[in-house]
Write a protein that binds this ligand. Structure first.
Ligand SMILES: [Zn+2]
Length: 307
């Protein structure tokens, strides 16, 4: 349970070929595409705890050189990198020929001017190009902008996520089954609920509106609204003893974003996060709850299962 809550403060995994760091805190250095930076005052105004790096495509940088990026508060090698993702750009605007170096730091000044992640092609001469943030001590430049959350939000979000977990209809019996004592359960549950209330969280009307809890204040999956079994949080699911009061589907439970992630919107906040079925989360991903429900209704209508 602790581990599940802890992991909500981390970003998702990234493989070695990506520019992103693999599973690090959501308050890490943030990578921001140049287009997002110039279009979004909120993104520019934000104070990022561990800084940010703006990634500007080579075409944009070299062909609009006269348009001064410093008017946006940016400087190559300080808080901005020319970022190569395409081979044609690499050939046309080769950074090494321009005296550019790969960076040596994630924080300003970056100590270099460019990074590259260019896929290989079927042609024998077109090998993959990975330059910048590739060494074991400095792997990945930062996190995705939409994953960012500051320390304060990380803390309040964790408290709320545990407080709502204790609203699962079978939380007590499943935690007993997992070896926690009745006293420990009572103490921990009361402490987490108090902590949430003291932070001004656990507003039941808002939680119901956000589809995190139902009207009976039970933890539900934000998409299908089925009450969630606490067993889905445990790494080793307890064996059914035949004495359980609740007969819920036991399935893997994941962190669930109520509003889908989008650039320029900082969505890791207490009332935007609940717990949901892994499969419901997959179905919902990117589209969002409302659009997914409408799509499902259309599917059922076409199948003549709904008028
Ligand atoms: Zn569900």
């Amino acid at each position: 349970m602790d581990r599940k809550i802890y992991k909500t403060g981390q970003t998702r995994g990234a493989d070695d070929d990506q520019i992103f760091q693999n599973r690090v805190g959501r308050n890490s250095t943030v990578l921001i595409p140049f287009a997002v930076w110039i279009q979004n005052p909120e993104v520019r105004a934000k104070q990022y705890e561990n800084g940010f790096i703006v990634l500007i495509p080579p075409g944009e940088y070299f062909e609009t050189e006269n348009e001064d990026i410093s008017s946006y508060g940016l400087e190559i090698g300080v808080n901005t990198l020319v970022y190569y993702e395409r081979r044609d750009e690499w050939l046309k605007f080769n950074p090494e020929e321009r005296g550019f170096f790969p960076p040596s730091s994630r924080t300003s000044p970056l100590g270099g001017q460019f990074a590259a992640r260019i896929a290989n092609t079927t042609s024998a001469n077109d090998e993959r190009i990975n330059i910048g943030y590739t060494t074991s001590g400095l792997k990945g430049a930062g996190i995705r902008l939409y994953e960012y959350a500051d320390t304060d939000n990380l803390r309040t979000t964790r408290v709320q996520l545990e407080a709502v977990f204790w609203h699962a209809v079978d939380a007590e019996e499943k935690m007993l089954g997992a070896g926690m004592s009745q006293d420990d359960i009572s103490v921990r549950r009361a402490a987490k609920i108090d902590e949430a209330k003291n932070l001004g969280l656990l507003d039941y009307a808002r939680l119901e509106e956000a589809r995190i809890l139902n009207a009976a204040r039970e933890l539900v999956c934000p998409l299908c609204l089925e009450p969630i079994s606490a067993a889905g949080f445990l790494s080793r699911l307890p064996q059914a003893s035949g004495r359980e009061r609740h007969d819920l589907t036991v399935t893997e439970i994941n962190l669930f974003h109520i509003q889908e992630l989008a650039y320029g919107v900082f969505n890791h906040r207490p009332y935007n996060l609940g717990w949901g079925h892994h499969h419901c989360n997959v179905v919902c991903k990117d589209a969002g709850i409302q659009a997914t429900l409408e799509w499902m209704a259309t599917v059922l209508r076409r199948n003549r299962m709904l008028n």
